[in-house]
Design a protein around this ligand. Structure first.
Ligand code: G2H
Length: 249
């Protein structure tokens, strides 16, 4: 199983910046190790520019940060899986905590998007994670179990490599506060056990990524932990120099 090294560029970068970062990234990484796969999530307006670069390099792919659970229609401001595929995307993120917290996405909606994207031929990275308040109230397992149950409730029968789950504790996102190794191992074990319930035999080959303040300085340790099959990186993926160090960690 290849480690999935994912970059979430959030609402950063013009098309030109994205292209320059993509060119620099593939140069700095050099020959991508066989056990690594890179997927980058640029903003919609930079998909084409970044995609032109990544599509020419083995082991790199790119995707959208959000998707609508409809193919087309009167949904102002939304983007459909057909449009993402038309732009060359093979992946999409669903359920990122910023979508849940700032745009009110519910776990049910995240589940609809996940199913719809998979049904329409996109690979999905489903993001889950608890807030600090939920963690302190002892609800870690309940929260991530519910997000997984609802997020994967109606997914089609797809190959395990088409789905990834990113565990991102909300309190570690963009805060510089990374979860400790024990906390990551504990949460990833819960995710894996829940995936076994839901996906049965496919659970062990479905990649579970860690996200939340991953940096070059902590990536090597995080990637080596039990049940960590890759990382989803925000801030430290914006500069090719730092993301290249994470990709090769
Ligand atoms: C979590 C993560 C990327 P950061 O949002 O999805 O961002 O690495 O900046 O904490």
């Amino acid at each position: 199983m290849k480690k999935l090294m994912a970059a979430n560029w959030k609402m950063f970068k013009t098309a030109q910046d994205a292209k320059e970062t993509a060119v620099e990234l593939v140069e700095l990484v050099g020959e991508l190790s066989e056990d690594r796969e890179v997927v980058v999530f640029p903003p919609f307006t930079a998909l084409h520019a970044a995609g032109e670069v990544f599509s020419q390099h083995e082991g790199y792919s790119f995707g959208g940060q959000n998707v609508c659970a409809a193919l087309e229609g009167a949904f102002t401001g939304e983007i459909s899986p057909l449009m993402l595929k038309d732009a060359g995307c093979t992946w999409v993120l669903t359920g990122h905590s910023e979508r849940r917290a700032l745009f009110g996405e519910t776990s049910e909606q995240v589940g609809e998007k996940t199913t719809f994207a998979l049904n329409n031929g996109l690979n999905v990275c489903l993001c889950i994670g608890e807030t600090l308040e939920e963690r302190e109230a002892g609800k870690l397992e309940a929260v991530i179990s519910e997000q997984l149950e609802k997020g994967l409730a109606t997914i089609p029968d797809v190959a395990p490599e088409c789905l990834a789950v990113a565990y991102e504790p909300v309190w570690a996102i963009g805060t510089g506060k990374v979860a400790g190794p024990e906390e990551i191992v504990e949460a990833h074990a819960i995710v894996r056990a829940k995936l076994l319930d839901i996906l049965k035999g496919k659970a062990n080959t479905t990649r579970v990524l860690y996200g939340g303040s991953v940096k070059p300085e902590n990536a090597t340790q995080i990637i080596a932990l039990d049940n960590v099959d890759g990382v989803l990186v925000g801030g430290a993926s914006l500069k090719a120099e730092s993301f290249s160090k994470i990709v090769t960690a």
